[in-house]
Design a protein around this ligand. Structure first.
Ligand code: SIN
Length: 478
C-alpha cells in the first residue's frame, strides 16, 4: 500500500514529495501532465522575509493586503518559515537571480513595503522552480489520472478513485492522502490559470461533506492581455514593481484617483479601479513601458518580452491593452496549519486548494509560491510524525457516467455566468440569479465531472451571498 498519495504536481505537490523520505512509498498523481499547474505559470516570484527583522514587516504587509482577515497564526507560520524554506531550496541547488555583485536580487510588487521578492530567470520563477523540483523529487509521478472520488468511510480516508488514460476507473489506496490540486480558474471565462485547473477536488470534497471556507474571496489579477483566442496572458505585477504604468487612452495615470499607491496598490484595489474607470469612462486601459529600456525589458522579463513580441508588439514602445482576469482563490478546503482537514483522519490539503486563511481576503503578491513551500513541508512533517496506520477496507467501483453530451455547452454557460456575475463587483440580485442558474444546471442531465465543478461554483455563489458586506476582493452592492 502507498504511504503518502499526493494529488497534484504543482510546486506544492512536488515540494511535499521532495520532503517525503525515499524510504516511504509515495506517489504523486496528476490530472494531465506534470507541468499543467498554476505554479508552472507563476511569473513574479517568491516573497520572503529578507531577514529576521523583516519578518514583522512582511507579516504586517500580508495582513494589510488581506484586509486584516488573515489568520495571524497562519501568516506568522508563513513568514517565520520563509527564511528556512528559501535556504533549503538554495542549498538543494536552486538558483534565484542575482544582482551585479552576485547577491540575491529582490524585486518589489504591489502592497509590499520593501523589495523582498526573489525571482528566477527573470519572469519564469514558477517554471524554473517547478522544473527544479521535478528533478529533485525522488518519487513516482503518474500522469493523466483524473480523481473521481475520495474513498472515505467513518471519517477515515482510504485513498482515491481515479479514471485512468484507458478510461477505466480504479482505486488507489493510501495511508495518507494530500490534496494539492490547485484552484478553480477554468470556472471563469477569462483566467490566468492553467486550463485544466477547474475546482474538481473542491467539488468532490463538498460531495463528501468536507467544509470549504472563504470561497467568495477571489483574486482578479489587474494586468492580463487577452489575445484573440480569448486567453488571458498574465503580465506580471513585477512589471509594475519595476516601473510599468497603468494609463488610459490619453496616457493618464488614473489610478491616483483611487489610491495614492497607484500601480503598487494591492491587487483588489487596482483591479476594481480599472473595472470602475472603464465602466464610467468607456475607455481602454493600457500597460505602458515608457520607463523601460529595451535591453532591461529583454533581460529582466525575457518570457513576457517574447510572448508580447510574438503577438506583434514592438517593445517597449507599444502600450498593451489590459484587462483584469480571474487569478487566484484565497478560499478553499479548510485546514489547520499543518494542512490537516478537520474531522477526516489522514486527509490533508496544501497550496491553493487549501485555506488556512493565510491570504485573508486578498493575497499579497508572490506569497502564493511561498505558501506552496511552507505548508507542504509542515503537512509532510505532520504525516511522518503520526505514522498513521489502518486496516484496509475494500471499496466497490460504482458505475457512473462521468461525461454527458451537453456538458461542454453547460460548462461554457457557467464560465460566462461566473465572469459576468461573480466577478470584480457583485450585485445581490445577480448572485441570486446565478444560484438559480447553477441549480438548474445541477438538476439537468450532466456527467459526474461537471457536477463537481458546479458544486464548487455553487459554494462560491452561496458564500458570496452570505457575506453581505464587502471585504477585500469580495466587493458587493446590495
Ligand atoms: C504575478 O507575477 O503578477 C503573479 C504572481 C502572483 O500571483 O503572485
Amino acid at each position: 500500500m502507498i504511504d503518502i498519495l499526493i494529488i497534484g504536481s504543482g510546486v506544492a505537490g512536488l515540494y511535499a514529495g521532495v520532503n517525503t523520505p525515499k524510504s516511504k512509498n509515495c506517489l504523486i498523481i496528476t490530472k494531465g501532465m506534470p507541468w499543467q499547474s498554476n505554479s508552472f505559470y507563476a511569473q513574479g516570484g517568491v516573497a520572503t522575509a529578507l531577514n529576521k527583522k523583516d519578518i514583522q514587516l512582511h507579516i504586517n504587509d500580508t495582513m494589510k493586503a488581506g484586509d486584516n482577515y488573515c489568520s495571524l497564526e497562519a501568516v506568522k507560520a508563513l513568514s517565520e518559515n520563509s527564511l528556512s524554506v528559501i535556504d533549503d531550496i538554495i542549498k538543494m541547488g536552486f538558483e534565484f537571480d542575482k544582482d551585479e555583485n552576485g547577491k540575491l536580487a529582490y524585486t518589489k510588487e504591489g502592497a509590499h513595503s520593501s523589495k523582498r521578492i526573489l525571482h528566477a530567470n527573470g519572469d519564469a520563477t514558477g517554471r524554473f522552480l517547478h522544473s527544479f523540483l521535478m528533478q529533485k523529487n525522488p518519487h513516482a509521478i503518474e500522469s493523466n489520472l483524473i480523481v473521481t472520488d475520495l474513498l472515505i468511510k467513518d471519517n477515515i480516508c482510504y485513498g482515491v478513485e481515479v479514471l485512468d488514460s484507458n478510461n477505466k476507473l480504479k482505486h488507489i489506496y493510501a495511508k495518507s492522502v494530500v490534496i494539492a490540486s490547485g484552484g478553480i480558474g477554468s470556472l471563469y471565462k477569462y483566467s490566468t490559470n492553467e486550463k485544466s485547473i477547474s475546482g474538481d477536488l473542491h467539488g468532490i470534497c463538498i460531495n463528501k461533506g468536507i467544509e470549504l471556507i472563504d470561497m467568495e474571496l477571489m483574486q482578479f489579477h489587474p494586468t492580463s492581455y487577452i489575445s484573440k483566442d480569448k486567453t488571458a496572458n498574465l503580465l506580471s505585477e513585477a512589471l509594475r514593481g519595476e516601473g510599468a504604468l497603468i494609463v488610459d487612452e490619453y496616457n493618464r495615470r488614473f489610478l491616483f484617483d483611487y489610491d495614492e499607491r497607484a500601480e503598487l496598490a494591492p491587487r483588489d484595489v487596482v483591479s476594481r479601479a480599472i473595472f470602475d474607470y472603464q465602466q464610467k469612462n468607456s475607455t481602454k486601459v493600457y500597460l505602458s513601458f515608457e520607463n523601460f529600456d529595451k535591453n532591461f525589458f529583454k533581460i529582466r522579463f525575457p518570457n513576457i518580452y517574447k510572448t508580447l513580441s510574438e503577438f506583434g508588439f514592438t517593445l517597449p514602445r507599444d502600450k498593451i491593452k489590459i484587462s483584469p482576469a480571474y487569478h487566484y482563490s484565497m478560499g478553499g478546503i479548510k485546514t489547520d496549519l499543518n494542512g490537516k482537514i478537520p474531522n477526516i483522519k489522514n486527509l490533508y490539503a496544501i497550496g491553493e486548494v487549501a485555506c488556512t486563511r493565510v491570504h485573508g481576503a486578498n493575497r499579497l503578491a508572490s506569497n502564493s509560491l511561498l505558501e506552496t513551500l511552507v505548508f507542504p513541508k509542515r503537512a509532510i512533517d505532520d504525516i511522518l510524525s503520526k505514522n498513521f496506520n489502518f486496516k484496509k477496507i475494500d471499496f466497490k467501483i460504482k458505475d457512473k457516467e462521468l461525461e454527458k453530451k451537453d456538458d461542454l455547452k453547460i460548462e461554457l454557460e457557467l464560465q460566462n455566468l461566473m465572469w459576468n456575475f461573480i466577478g470584480i463587483i457583485r450585485y445581490k440580485d445577480k448572485l441570486k440569479f446565478s444560484l438559480q442558474e447553477i441549480d438548474k444546471f445541477l438538476s439537468s442531465d450532466i456527467g459526474e465531472l461537471l457536477k463537481f465543478k458546479l458544486l464548487t461554483a455553487k459554494s462560491i455563489v452561496k458564500q458570496a451571498l452570505n457575506r453581505k458586506k464587502s471585504l477585500g476582493a469580495h466587493y458587493i452592492i446590495n
